[in-house]
Design a binder for this molecule. Structure first.
Ligand code: NI
Length: 183
């Protein structure tokens, strides 16, 4: 289909709460999902949420077998997740560097639940329920935040750990490109 423009932070559309998809119909969703996969692939993203291309529906995609931007990240199954819900499994949290295609060229440290269960539906309306930890859990939490109008910089507790990727790498603050939908 098409590589779509990714909205950038500052665009009020990224702050909207997206609406649930009902009914879930694969044929109706196909053009949106094709555009999302094409756009995510073009940017080497780990995930993408529909509102990032201006569609305020509760649809996210994520996953890859290998990603040149995250050579050390474990694979995450390629997933379409519609009307998602996330439940924390325990109180454990982890700090990690995140980026976002809507906040290009920057990275910041965000605290996320380490272990989660997520539920939702695929494009055929088939239920999905999985437990995830670490990077996988981080990507899902990041993408689902987009559906509530939340961008990762809103969650940075210490803005001293927020900056330009080139500088962070150049100064040895971070070694490689960590979690990004960029996540
Ligand atoms: Ni993002």
């Amino acid at each position: 289909m098409a590589i779509r423009e990714v909205l950038k932070m500052g665009d009020p559309r990224l702050l909207e709460v997206s609406r649930p998809v009902a009914p879930i119909d694969a044929e109706t969703l196909a053009p949106l999902l094709e555009d999302m996969w094409d756009t995510m692939a073009a940017e080497n993203g780990a995930g993408l949420a529909a509102p990032q291309i201006g569609v305020t529906q509760r649809v996210v995609i994520f996953g890859y077998q290998t990603n040149p931007r995250y050579p050390d990240a474990p694979p995450v199954p390629e997933t379409v997740l519609i009307n998602p819900e996330i439940e924390a499994l325990g109180d454990a949290r982890e700090d990690g560097w995140e980026g976002c295609l809507s906040v290009p060229g920057m990275r910041g440290v965000v605290s996320r639940y380490r272990d989660i269960r997520y539920r939702g539906f695929d494009q055929h309306g088939k239920p999905i329920e999985r437990e995830a930890s670490g990077f996988h859990a981080r990507v899902v939490q990041h993408e689902c935040d987009h559906l509530d109008g939340i961008l990762y910089p809103f969650r940075i507790a210490d803005l001293r750990r927020f900056g330009y990727l080139d500088t962070l790498i150049g100064q040895g603050v971070i070694e490689l490109q960590p979690c990004d939908d960029e996540a």
